[in-house]
Write a protein that binds this ligand. Structure first.
Ligand SMILES: O=C(O)CCC(=O)c1ccccc1C(=O)O
Ligand SMILES: [Mg+2]
Length: 317
């Protein structure tokens, strides 16, 4: 089946900028795409790469879109190479939606993302009032001693029924990870897991840590794509896997892998727009075992989008 294909770049500004162990993030850039079949039915998709996280770059995605010259077949979509995982997601999810009505978002429990540093102590309350009960806080941004101090304030200020996730973005040394895990073990009832304590390549280190501490560890950067997910599973990881659907690759192959194996999954946003978010959350609702909140409580990092943003982007009024 042949489709007409159009795409536009889209940019949103983080307000305030997002700080992680990888640095400061000011703008979220992505590509919105539209497929149209011979009968004029359309499907929308989003390509939202994060190259520092292990996907292709925005430029590689744009180059791929440009060389298509406005046309693509479903066969070509399923043959997009594995080194363009965000493109695989964007095109396949658009294809799945051609002719489908926008459905209601599935009901899921959300984890609210807190800003790094002390700001977290001032932000969780408004998220709590919006109904969030699980929060994620970035660590590995400042010196460990300083962060442990803020952690102590944060964990004491949070209600006992709140759950906290700590995300190091691969930024800890083995010794620092030990220190954090000891701390987590002391607050077992409130800490859900620590995410990606060590760098991507150090699966052996994280396997060792997971044997030495009671607190759970989640892999994130180490399993950014389906290929990496399969590889970590084969190497014996049976802890938590964070799945960033929008950069993981082909949604149909991801679905297959997750249905074949019993995995402890946490679905997570890559700051996609409503288009990628819809597709990612639908897959999350399908595959999520429902016991863990999805990491899509991220919209407060942007000013609300105007309701006609997509029409404006396409210049269609
Ligand atoms: O998972 C969440 O709760 C929020 C999303 C998130 O933290 C994130 C978003 C974009 C890129 C990297 C990350 C991350 O988990 O490190
Ligand atoms: Mg993470």
């Amino acid at each position: 089946m042949l489709y007409q294909f159009e795409f536009r770049r889209y940019q949103r500004k983080f307000a305030p900028p997002l700080t992680t162990n990888h640095g400061i993030w000011e703008h979220r850039n992505s590509i919105i795409l539209r497929l149209t079949d011979a009968r004029g039915r359309v499907g929308w998709g989003e390509i939202a790469p994060i190259s520092w996280f292990g996907s292709e770059t925005l430029k590689q995605a744009l180059d791929f879109c440009r060389q298509l010259s406005g046309k693509i077949t479903s066969e070509a979509i399923f043959a997009i190479p594995d080194d363009l995982p965000a493109c695989q997601f964007g095109f396949e999810s658009a294809l799945e939606r051609v002719g489908e009505k926008m459905t209601n978002l599935p009901t899921l429990t959300y984890s609210g993302l807190l800003p790094a540093g002390e700001a977290a102590i001032h932000v969780w309350q408004s998220l709590w009032e919006q109904g969030y009960r699980t929060f994620k806080w970035k660590i590995g941004v400042e010196a460990v001693a300083k962060e442990l101090e803020v952690f102590n304030l944060l964990i004491r200020s949070l209600p006992n029924s709140a759950k906290l996730r700590l995300d190091a973005n691969g930024g800890l040394s083995y010794e620092e990870a030990e220190l954090w895990l000891e701390t987590c073990d002391k607050f077992k009832a409130q800490i859900e897991f620590i995410e990606q304590p060590l760098p991507v390549g150090d699966l052996a280190g994280m396997l060792r840590l997971s044997e030495c501490y009671q607190s759970a560890i989640a892999l994130d950067e180490s399993v950014a794509t389906l290929k990496q997910l399969e590889s970590c599973f084969q190497q014996g990881w049976r802890g938590i896997f964070v799945i960033k659907v929008a950069i993981a690759g082909s949604p149909s192959r991801l679905r297959q892998f997750c249905q074949q194996h019993q995995l402890d999954l946490v679905f997570s946003s890559v700051f996609e727009t409503a288009i990628g978010r819809q597709a990612a959350l639908q897959l999350a609702a399908e595959l999520s075992p429902q016991n863990r909140a999805v990491g899509f409580g991220t919209n407060h990092f942007f000013a609300p989008e105007k309701s006609n943003w997509l029409q404006s982007l396409w210049n269609e009024f």
